[in-house]
Design a protein. Structure first.
Length: 263
C-alpha cells in the first residue's frame, strides 16, 4: 500500500472526501494530515474521526505564527492527549518575511518542548533556516528526540545526514520528478532507505494553480508516479520500495498512538 506522508485534506473539500473514499481501491492506505493553525484543527480531527487511514497532526505553521492566540498550547495538549495524534506542521521559514522570525522561533520552540515532553512525533517545515532548525533540535539533545518528518525536503545531503542523526525521516515531494530537480535527486539517493518518506502536500502539490485542487484522478496519478520514479532512482523494485516506505511510516502510527514517555 502507498501512503502520503504530508497532506492537507481540510484545505481540499470536497475533493479530499472523494480521495479518501476511493483510496482503498487505488492502493493508498495511509494519510498524514497536517494542520496549520488552531483554526483548521477541527477539520483535521473530522477527517481522522471519519477515516481510519488518516493520522492527524496538529500544529502551528511558521506562516501562521501570528495567528496563535491565547490558549493554543492548552488546545494542542488536549488534542494530543486524545490518542492517535502527532504534532505538525511546525517549523521555520526565513523566506516568509511577513512573519517575524523571532516569533516563529518562539512558537516553534514551544511546540518542540511539547513534543519532547509528550514523546509525540512531529512534522517540520523548513525553508532557508536549516542552521536555526538544527540548533533548536540539538539544544534539546539531552533528552531523546521523538521521530520526526522533515517535509518537502530541499536541503543538501549533508543537512539530511545531520537531521537523520537526530531522528528525522526525510520526505520528498513530486518536485523530485521535475526536469531541473538534480539537487533534490542528489539528496534523495543519499538518504538511508529506512529514513525515506514520500508526500504530495496536496492540495499544494507542485504545479497546482493557486486556489486550485487537483482532481482525485490527478492526485492518485501524481502519487503513483512519485513512488515509481523514486523506486527507479534507488534501483529497487516498486514493490520492495513501497513496502519499505510503508514500514517507515508505521513508526509514526505506533508512536502517535502511544502515550509512553521516554527518559
Amino acid at each position: 500500500m502507498l501512503q502520503d506522508a504530508h497532506i492537507h485534506l481540510q484545505d481540499a473539500r470536497p475533493e479530499a472526501a472523494r480521495i479518501l473514499r476511493d483510496s482503498p481501491g487505488r492502493g493508498v492506505g495511509r494519510f498524514f494530515c497536517n494542520g496549520s493553525s488552531p483554526s483548521d484543527w477541527d477539520g483535521v480531527k473530522a477527517f481522522a474521526g471519519s477515516y481510519g487511514s488518516v493520522v492527524p497532526f496538529y500544529g502551528v505553521h511558521p506562516w501562521y505564527a501570528d495567528e496563535a492566540g491565547s490558549g493554543w498550547e492548552e488546545d494542542l495538549r488536549a488534542r494530543l492527549a486524545s490518542g492517535n495524534s502527532c504534532i505538525g506542521e511546525i517549523g521555520l521559514d526565513r523566506a516568509r518575511k511577513s512573519v517575524d522570525f523571532g516569533k516563529q522561533l518562539g512558537i516553534f520552540g514551544r511546540q518542540l518542548d511539547i513534543a519532547f515532553e509528550t514523546a509525540k512525533p512531529f512534522a517540520v517545515h523548513c525553508v532557508r533556516a536549516w542552521e536555526a532548525l538544527l540548533g533548536e533540535l540539538s539544544s534539546r539533545d539531552n533528552r531523546r528526540c521523538p521521530p520526526f518528518i522533515v517535509h518537502w525536503f530541499s536541503g543538501s545531503p549533508e543537512v539530511a545526514a545531520e537531521l537523520t542523526r537526530l531522528g528525522a525521516y526525510i520526505s520528498f515531494s513530486p518536485r523530485l520528478l521535475d526536469e531541473g530537480a538534480e539537487k533534490h535527486r542528489g539528496s534523495f539517493v543519499k538518504v538511508p532507505l529506512e529514513r525515506i518518506l514520500l508526500e504530495t502536500d496536496y492540495p499544494y502539490t507542485p504545479g497546482a494553480g493557486k486556489g486550485e485542487a487537483a482532481t482525485p484522478e490527478e492526485y492518485f496519478r501524481t502519487l503513483k508516479a512519485l513512488y515509481a520514479a523514486a523506486a527507479n532512482l534507488r534501483g529497487i523494485s516498486g514493490e520492495e520500495f513501497t513496502k519499505k516506505v510503508w514500514d517507515n511510516g508505521t513508526v509514526f502510527v505506533h508512536r502517535a498512538s502511544s502515550r509512553e514517555r521516554e527518559n
